[in-house]
Design a protein around this ligand. Sequence first.
Ligand code: GLC
Length: 615
Amino acid sequence: MPNSMKKFAHALPKAICITLVFMVFSLHLIAQKQTNPRAQWFVDERFGMFIHWGVYSGAEGYWKGEKHRDDNDYAEWIFYRNRIEKDEYLTLLERFDWAAIDPEQWVILAKKSGMKYVTLTAKHHDGFALWDSQVSEYDLGNFTRPKRDIVKELSIACQKHGLKLGLYYSHWVDWEHEYGWDHTKEIYPITADQYDIYWQEKVIPQMRELLTNYGPIGLMWFDMWINHSESIVTKAQLEQLKALIRELQPDCLVNSRLGLSIEEDPDIDFRTLGDNQLGSHKLDYPWQSPATVAHSWGYHARDADWQSTTALLQALVGNVSLNGNYMLNIGPKSNGEVPFEIEQRMVQMGKWLHVNGEAIYGCGGFDLDKDLHDWGKITFKVLENGRAQLFLHVFRWPYHQGLTLTGVRGKPELVYALADKSKSPLGFTHDEVQTKINIPALPPDPYVSVIVLEYHQEPSIVSGLVAPTVDHGYSLTFKNRLSAAGQSLLVDKERRGTIPEHITIDGRYRSSWKIFVDAPKTLSIDASYSFEGQPSQSKIVLHAAAQTIDQLIVPNGQTVGEPKQDWHIPNFTAHRLGNIRFPKAGIYEISMDLETVKMDVLRFQWLWLAEAETE
Ligand code: GLC
């Protein structure tokens, strides 16, 4: 039980206490298989705030009238990019409005936004400590009167509002210390012994301060985005640092940007993906995407590519559906103010989480094939009593038709929209591996609507199926196929995507798929391909439900991608192959043989199966 809960349980009558205990435990859910017990809170809480704030916040992406010298425009890199001298850099502090700066406001915003922890850049690459450090003169205590200690202020605010405190500490890169790493040292090297002076006289003692003076630290967030073997930092130095954390704060988590991967050292608590990189597949160990609302981390006056609230929520949901976490950044200004565009979106996310948080906190991925449903993503949770909940996050509302879940064998006991407080049951049918839900005509939420399916236990699944799409058909591609035989070459999309991703076939090729058909019906079948040869004996042959369709490949020439640029590209068009009758409900295998005459290359894209109009 969290400490805050314990404190207040004393004052309550027994019956209420029992209910509270039950609530706390019933919120505790599926553990990701490879999760260290100290990281359980992290995989339960899923959503946190990153705070990039420091001396660079006063520059706003400019120095002496010149914009930041890198199109990547990370405002916190201005010191290095614009080759600023380290004492002059601190003149930026004169722009800070110390009376207005109040870290508690960041914590209040995090809380309002449904975030459960905050991670502050205690020391970024510029080497400047945002606390009153006795180890280095390059710190806030030395440059503020009265002294300010932002780490302390933030830790007090976090404790007050019940959020965990995480600290970012740039261990590898430090532009201030003579022997800290900056990339220029690739040209003018320092010795390992010199680097160790920096390590022993700045990193270790500063980390000791952070781990001793600021109460419980939920996580330490390091930032070396290459493996230690490629850097000046030695594995022994990293292990020394990690041992210090384990000694002083045994519950504190450590991320993989320490420079050690989880594969190399399973004692690392979570993996950090690349900046703004979202998950692409499910992982059993904890992981996290650091993300920005626009682009820069530190405040940059020219940041303009603000993502929508919907896009941010979809990113959060997408990560959770793959067992991942999401940490979204604020880059406050030199008066502490959070840019309006960020604050607005975060508050909207908080409102969404207030209604739909059950589908995020304590949830993880469900084992259905990734990207199976084109309507959205699924998160999943098993409650203490063994009951299971599937949350369908609908990004694309299927107007005028039901919402179809494919691949789950179990039948739900109850289905409702999460936005509906009364949980009025939605009608549904369940056949073998398909649940069809009668959803309301309009989505109940303006951002992402969530439909809950409750089961008395974790339902079993059938993998390898192709689910029907929102536009009511089956799209069979080389990505969702069951098997393939023969030679083919995968060609990525080209020329701005005007040439779609496809496979080329020269010879014989066979591929198969599995679909579920919910009633006797006839499906029409189209094939999208491009063929520039002569009319020939090349063939496409389809087998399904004991029927065969056999058709010659038709040449379809080229098309124009962009006018007046000789942008002539292969023409991918759909060819109706014919109809197949599926005599009863059930799972069917569809197989396709392509037989091309030598040298006549066929570019194959997809098959599209849809209910035939003529029945
Ligand atoms: C990169 C950048 C840094 C930023 C971080 C956030 O490592 O160097 O400026 O703090 O990503 O993920």
